[in-house]
Design a protein around this ligand. Structure first.
Ligand code: FAD
Length: 265
């Protein structure tokens, strides 16, 4: 089976993010970048699926030449090959989904696995648009209940399982009051939430092998997609500084504050 996964380049979540004084974006100097954490989970899940069902994992990223770093990371984890859509201008989620649609139509995978969100834009839209554009079934927020990959956890039924006939995928997702299990006809688009798996480290041999794995270069023009954004970020601003907390002497003092000041009880 063929699985297409996405690998967006995002600011390292450990970095200190500062908004530019004029509100036009964030200060880029000194920032580190990495693969979107939800996409790393998508790559891991793709690798686990092909280990079970045989096939290949193709990784896609959209951006300037620097996104090849994230593609190489996914290749070092074990992805078979990569597709780089070379585009340096502004993009909105509709443009990204439009480009991915064309890549999917070219590659014809059985499943696309993406992160449910990218930690920079925070829109939660690309997977859903992509499924709509392709007319495919979709399952969002694939997740496991427990986070630790103990031996016991590893032996549990995975949250993303392809049926024995290879025609369906069963997806467990967290909802507000528990878990929902969906069954989708393949081909399908699945987005990953936290706790689906614990992504592997890229091994040294994996990093060495990744250097010679192929990266195909495409462009929006080659794919025939007009990526002119329909959505524009007008202004960015930092949240107001948090007020210092207070200490209450005892439980009665806490209840008094909650009742008479916060008025929440
Ligand atoms: C039901 C619900 C509950 C929520 N609850 C909370 C909450 O409790 N707390 C909270 O803080 N927030 C919450 N949110 C907010 C939400 O998690 C985020 O705002 C949103 O998910 C972020 O989406 P995104 O823009 O990052 O995703 P998108 O930008 O749509 O990205 C999704 C995926 O598209 C792919 N992609 C995007 N760009 C590229 C590229 N250039 N190259 C390759 N692939 C790419 C990647 O796979 C990426 O992971 C909730 C949202 C919903 C819908």
């Amino acid at each position: 089976m063929k699985i297409l996964v996405t690998a967006k380049r995002v600011e390292d979540p450990e970095s200190k993010i500062k908004v530019k004084p004029d509100g036009t974006g964030i200060v880029q100097e000194g920032l580190k970048y990495k693969i979107n954490p939800f996409d790393e989970i998508a790559v891991e899940e793709g690798l686990r699926l092909v280990a079970k069902h045989t096939g290949e994992v193709v990784v896609v990223s959209i951006g300037g030449k620097e996104v090849q770093e994230q593609l190489r990371h996914a290749l070092a984890m074990g992805a078979t090959r990569a597709v780089w859509v070379n585009h340096t201008g502004a993009l909105d989620q509709l443009g990204i989904a439009g480009l991915l649609q064309k890549v999917v139509e070219k590659e014809k995978p059985d499943m696309v696995v993406l992160g449910k969100q990218s930690i920079d834009d925070d829109q939660n839209q690309v997977g859903q648009y992509l499924a709509e554009f392709l007319g495919w079934s979709q399952a969002t927020f694939a997740s496991k209940v427990e986070s630790l990959e103990s031996e016991q956890e590893k032996n549990k039924v995975p949250a993303l399982q392809v049926g024995a006939d290879g025609k369906t995928v069963r997806v467990v997702r967290e909802v507000d009051n528990g878990l929902a299990t969906l069954e989708c006809a393949l081909p399908a688009v699945v987005t990953t939430d936290l706790r689906l798996n614990l992504p592997r480290y890229a091994s040294l041999p994996g990093i060495m092998k990744a250097k010679s794995k192929p990266i195909e270069e495409l462009t929006p023009q080659k794919l025939g997609v007009d990526v002119t954004p329909k959505i524009q970020v007008v202004k960015m601003s930092s949240p107001p500084p948090r007020k210092a907390g207070i200490k209450v002497p005892d439980v009665a003092g806490l209840v008094d504050k909650l009742r008479n000041e916060a008025k929440v009880v």
